[in-house]
Design a protein around this ligand. Structure first.
Ligand code: ARG
Ligand code: ZN
Length: 858
């Protein structure tokens, strides 16, 4: 059935208190849930209560202490007749964690037990009104064999513990903060903790623990530092203080997503906890810091103020992503973080917005909510709130968020509540701005600068493209930071923020005797596509002179995109193509020589736009032609600038390992240089890559070299892959890298390699990280996935069908790459569509996969 936002009704019953009693076992766990219930004065009265279940059987049902039998089942839900005022309900269920391969609810991972309840996993544990607007305080008692489960954790504070019979022990936890069921968590296992403490701004001491399996303890230091920094930062920047005496994190190796913000007991994918220089890249370190912050920040944006219903998901996710982005900007390089975030947005969210799965950041309907944990809800959601912040400035934005937290603390709120609080607190008129919540699709803004006398006039127009279910759109407010550069001096008179609110508008600027160069959407102030009518020389100028690092990066990207599109469209004869290439080589060369930028920024500027992004800029893309053109340019730059790449590689190689920005920057540009030399197939590049690989004293350099070697066909490739495997065969997270480097490789036999890897003894469909490492790597491999034979498409379709009965949530994620078929050239398009139809024709698909397939074909 389709769930609609407009159908929201408050639940008929309040459930102020819940107590859960777990008799834990891997194969079988018994759960006794006791619920105090009372009529909700804000809802229609009812003579029954509906408790959601998912695959459960009620073993016993009691009302007010008496066994009753007048309950019934409606599908998976349990319906109990109830009249009058308050009652106590008690329901017993029995579940099998070891058989739970979907990893929702209570499941087993490496001999431990843990939970994932968001969004609707709690109903796989016990019968409950499993919706985010039902808030309860939880008391949890659990008992189990001490030898199997020496550590017993749940939300809140540990109230009591003791020994039981036959080698069992028990613990009782109490969480004083009312919460929805999706924030419940339980963990039981053989774990060790990295323990520390944090003193909050009001002077309260909070015990911090990061629980991992025994051998992983030495890799938890970075996560702990990140946690303490997050706690301090949220106090300083948003005025938010932690509210329990204990904050626990547990790392789990089988996990569908990145992590989960359960109250006081965050559960993490090991990928976002464990890091040391030998096994984690600089990017992995950043990932840990960002996700630790994200989950911690949810304590206020998500837990203290939660969501009324799942249509409001972006209320907590969009806001929390913005908060973690701002945090990471403060911890490292602000412009580099901004560029990375925009790259993620363009790589994942823009394609979503222009494809069959497009939805507004506040969707109107869904069949399976798990399918809406998307780049749109998360990343575009963050951009929308970031625009509000840009429009009112940091200080007023803070007044708005203060009001929001104040007004809605302890409540289940809506996106509208958030907008209203910003409107009131920041004194910002957001009436038209609300369209950003209801309209899907990435606006296109056309830009033309006219010059006459001493006036420069900026002509802007916007178009919000049609998306499924939304054929027509209204113009939205688009805040654009701009600057007008004087060509001679290379300077401008200050940046301005203009807001385009109409379909088209013009803005005039006086005092320009000569035509200025326009820098627009600086800092990526709005999540839109800018279509600028600008001379190539002006792009070259901005790529060299723009003082906004993002705009400078953008100018170089635009220069490359424009050139590659011309090449792909066959618009250029040989000499025109050479002129274009030379301009790009000159711009890149200037970036290499520029002493005013650091290597972290230089690394960003050296990265060519991805093939996915290039495809996104075209109505219908030919992946083969895009790949050829982009590789052609890389090869040209590799040979043309050979000496410069070699010099850069050498300079960077002399910087000793450390975590400071200089050393990290050096590692970043080192591998870029190596990759360009490899693209140009210059003499001795295999040896140089092997040298980087074998002399590396950290994972960033080692993985970078291995990535380059994986694209090549030589003895060094085999040798390095074998060495890497043997060195790390006992470390699952590093073996994930070994799988993905091969599945992402541009090696001509990548398809064969992936097939062989699927039979590797270390491959399993049961572990989401492993599945993603092999097959997400493959699905983004521009060459192998789009092989003209259609074999790549077939492999992903086969994977979906195999994985769906095991883990529907993860299986459904693989539909997206096939869903691009409408925007791909006709031959491949037909092959992709045929695979989707093949999946659709299979019986017994999960709700997750069937929703994604039918939307993709729709
Ligand atoms: N709230 C989590 C986060 O963003 C994501 C959990 C989503 N889980 C899921 N199974 N859909 O931090
Ligand atoms: Zn989140």
């Amino acid at each position: 059935p389709v769930i609609r936002r407009e159908d929201y009704k408050p639940f008929e019953w309040l459930v102020p208190e819940v107590s859960l009693d777990f008799d834990l076992g891997l194969g079988s766990t018994r759960v006794v849930a006791t619920l105090s219930v009372a009529p909700n004065a804000k809802a229609d009265p009812s003579t029954t209560i509906r408790l959601n279940g998912d695959g459960l059987e009620p073993l016993a049902v009691q009302v007010d202490g008496e066994i009753v039998s007048d309950w019934s089942m409606d599908g998976y839900d349990l319906i109990i007749p109830l009249t009058g005022e308050g009652h106590e309900l008690r329901v017993t269920t029995q579940i099998s964690p070891a058989a739970n391969s979907a990893l929702m609810g209570l499941f087993a991972s490496n001999g431990m037990l843990c939970t994932q309840c968001e969004a609707e996993g709690f109903r796989r544990i016990t019968f409950f009104p499993d919706r985010p607007d039902v808030l309860s305080t939880y008391r949890v008692r659990m008992s189990g064999l001490k030898a199997h489960f020496p550590v017993l954790l749940s939300n809140g504070n540990l109230e009591a513990q003791g020994e039981g019979e036959d080698g069992t022990h028990w613990a009782e936890w109490h969480d004083p903060w009312p919460k929805p069921s999706y924030l419940f968590a339980l963990v039981a296992g053989d774990l060790v903790a990295n323990s520390d403490s944090f003193t909050t701004m009001s002077g309260r001491e909070v015990a911090l623990n990061i629980y991992v399996r025994d051998g992983d303890l030495p890799r938890t230091g970075h996560a702990m530092e990140s946690l303490k920094k997050s706690m301090r930062w949220d106090e300083k920047v948003f005025g938010r203080e932690y509210d329990l005496d204990l904050f626990n994190i547990v790392a789990v190796s089988d996990f569908n997503m990145g992590a989960m913000e359960n109250k006081g007991l965050n559960v993490f994918n090991t990928k976002y906890v464990l890091a040391d220089p030998d096994t984690a890249t600089d990017g992995d370190f950043d990932g840990v810091e960002g996700v630790i912050a994200h989950e911690y920040f949810h304590n206020w944006s998500g837990n203290r103020v939660t969501c009324r219903d799942w249509f409001q998901l972006s209320l907590k996710e969009g806001f929390t992503v913005l908060r973690d982005q701002l945090f990471s900007q403060d911890m490292g390089s602000e412009p580099v973080k901004r560029i990375e975030d925009v790259r993620v947005l363009r790589g994942a969210q823009f394609p979503e917005d222009s494809g069959p799965l497009a939805h507004p950041i506040r969707p109107d309907s869904y069949r399976e909510i798990s399918n809406f944990y998307t780049a749109t809800i998360y990343n575009k959601g963050a951009e929308v709130i970031r625009m509000m912040r840009s429009m009112c400035g940091e200080e007023r934005f803070r007044a708005g968020t203060d009001l929001y937290f104040d007004r809605h603390d302890g409540e289940a709120a809506t996106c509208e509540d958030f907008v209203k609080a910003i409107e009131d607190g920041a004194e910002l008129d957001l009436e038209q701005f609300r369209l950003w919540y209801s309209q899907a699709g990435t606006p296109k803004v056309s830009v033309r600068l006219e010059h006459d006398g001493d006036t420069a006039t900026l002509h802007l127009s916007q178009d919000v493209p049609p998306t499924p279910g939304q054929p027509e759109k209204q113009p939205m407010p688009i805040p654009l930071r701009i600057a007008l550069f004087d060509r001679e001096s290379g300077k401008h008179d200050g940046e301005q923020l203009i807001t385009l609110t109409k379909a088209q508008d013009s803005f005039s600027f006086e005092g320009f005797a000569t035509k200025p160069v326009l820098s627009i959407n600086r800092g990526f102030s709005a999540p839109v596509v800018i279509e600028r009518d600008i001379a190539q020389d002006d792009l070259v100028f901005l790529a060299a002179h723009d003082d906004d690092p993002f705009a400078r990066y953008e100018a170089l990207q635009d220069l490359v995109v424009g050139h590659l599109k011309d090449v792909i469209d066959g618009n250029l004869d040989d000499s025109e193509r050479d002129t274009g290439r030379q301009a790009i080589a000159a711009a890149i060369s200037a970036v290499l020589d520029d002493e005013h930028i650091d290597d972290l920024m230089r690394g960003e500027m050296l990265l060519l736009p991805s093939e996915g992004y290039l495809a996104e800029t075209m109505l219908v893309a030919d992946p083969g032609a895009i790949h050829e053109a982009r590789q052609g340019l890389r090869a040209y730059l590799g040979t043309q600038l050979e000496e410069a790449w070699k010099a850069l590689h050498q300079r960077a190689s002399s910087v000793p390992f450390s975590h400071d920005a200089e050393a990290r920057g050096a590692r970043k540009v080192k591998t870029h240089a190596l990759a360009y030399l490899a693209a140009g197939d210059v003499d001795g590049v295999q040896e140089l890559a092997w040298e980087q690989y074998s002399s590396a004293d950290n994972m960033t350099d080692r993985q970078g070299a291995l990535m380059v070697l994986c694209n090549l066909d030589g003895p060094e490739r085999t040798r390095a892959l074998l060495d890497f495997y043997n060195r790390y065969k006992d470390n699952a997270l590093v073996i994930d890298k070994w799988f993905s480097l091969q599945s992402m490789s541009l090696h001509p036999n990548a398809i064969e390699h992936v097939k062989a890897l699927a039979d590797h003894p270390q491959f399993t469909l049961k572990n989401p990280n492993r599945v993603r490492s092999l097959y997400m790597g493959f699905a983004v491999n521009p060459q192998a996935f789009h092989d003209a034979s259609g074999e790549g498409y077939r492999m992903i379709a086969d994977l979906i069908l195999q994985l769906d009965p095991i883990n529907p949530q993860t299986a459904a994620r693989f539909v997206t790459p096939l869903g691009r078929w409408r925007r791909i050239e006709p031959k491949r398009s037909a092959l992709m569509k045929a695979e989707l139809e093949q999946i659709a024709a299979a019986g017994d698909l999960s709700r997750d996969t069937s929703e994604q397939v039918s939307r993709s074909l729709g």
